[in-house]
Design a binder for this molecule. Structure first.
Ligand code: HEM
Length: 318
């Protein structure tokens, strides 16, 4: 019998193919060997020769177990009656975005650690991954744009006040990237887990701060005021720092490359905002948002807020 048929719910243990045991039977907690007096403990397989147990091997979880597919697929629950066909797409795409937000936050935290330990090559590699995810995030808006205004309106009233506006991971992302806005905290209940996460992000240094310390560690004369800036505030333009940045472009190709990738990141987020607002305009026109804002008008005002103003400002001086 093929192993996969013997273990319908779990993949065979990686170590199952060990040489030297000869013909052996594996009994698992899911399919205990009939000759065994009691089944094996959960999460292990017994490697047997005849009736003799010769090894206990750890069982690898199967694909659906590892990825919690059952739980994942139970999470899409349309609110509209019938339900309206397009609501599923709306739910799935938002959930996918939240997963990408989670992954980008995970990578950003790693990137900051890499910069702190002066591992420039891996930092650039990680930044490249973040940029690739961002491109996918922008491209995914195409899928939502296949939904016509009437299709969206068929279930929009069910969203009530629900909106991406309330995405705390998006706010965490903004904070981590330097767009600090303490007023955002007021939207989340004090003492709650989300509020605490945002408070931590607000108090923590941003990617820009990690970048500046990395530059300083590599001998770039970063002004003290920039290195010790108040990290709970947005990054302010710094003319003194710009002198050092221009010099990087002329004399330090690796650091200049890092600067360019940060500009890619900055531009990528603006691109997402632009595509999102265009999608909003074509889907709901000038209606107010379900999150309570003026809708497209509000979103238009968020389009041009650079994360790293000095990296844009030096362009004319290069
Ligand atoms: C038909 C689709 C969509 C429509 C009509 C729409 C509409 C809007 C509107 C009107 C706002 C302004 C805030 C408010 O609600 O009052 C907003 C904000 C936002 N939306 Fe969407 N949205 C859509 C899809 C998405 C998707 C797929 C995401 C991905 C997570 C998303 C994420 C956000 C975020 C993060 C904000 C806050 C932006 C900011 O404050 O700068 N939206 N959306």
């Amino acid at each position: 019998m093929a192993r996969s048929a013997m273990f319908p719910h779990r993949s065979p243990p990686r170590t199952g193919a060990r040489a030297g045991f000869g013909p052996a039977i594996l009994a698992t907690s899911r399919s205990p060997h009939p000759d065994l007096e009691s089944g094996p403990a959960h999460g292990v397989a017994l490697l047997l020769r005849g009736h003799r147990q010769v090894a206990i091997l750890p069982l690898m979880p199967s694909y659906p177990e590892y990825l919690k597919i059952d739980e994942l697929l139970a999470l899409q629950q349309p609110l509209s009656e019938a339900p309206e066909h397009d609501e599923m797409l709306f739910i799935v795409i938002h959930q996918v975005y939240e997963l990408w937000f989670k992954q980008v936050l995970h990578e950003l935290d790693y990137l900051e650690r890499l910069l702190a330990r002066n591992d420039g090559a891996r930092a650039r590699h990680t930044l490249k991954r973040i940029l690739t995810i961002l491109k996918v995030m922008v491209a995914q808006l195409d899928i939502l744009e296949t939904m016509t205004p009437l299709e969206f309106l068929s279930f929009r009233d069910r969203l009530e006040s629900g909106s991406g506006f309330q995405s705390h991971q998006f706010r965490e992302l903004e904070f981590a990237l330097g767009l600090k806005e303490p007023r955002v905290l007021e939207r989340y209940p004090e003492g709650g887990a989300v509020r605490r996460r945002l408070e931590r992000r607000l108090a923590a240094g941003t990617l820009w701060d990690a970048f500046l310390h990395h530059l300083a560690a590599n001998g770039v004369p970063v002004p003290k005021g920039d290195l010790e800036r108040d990290v709970t505030r947005r990054v302010e333009p710094s003319p003194e720092l710009r002198v050092a940045l221009v010099d990087i472009y002329r004399r330090h190709p690796d650091l200049a490359d890092l600067c360019e990738r940060l500009v890619d990141l900055d531009e990528g987020l603006m691109e997402w905002r632009y595509r999102h607002v265009k999608m909003v305009q074509r889907t709901i026109g000038t209606r107010r948002g379900t999150g309570g804002s003026t809708g497209a008008e509000y979103l238009m005002a968020t389009l041009n807020q650079p994360l790293f103003p000095d990296l844009w400002a030096i362009r004319t001086e290069l």
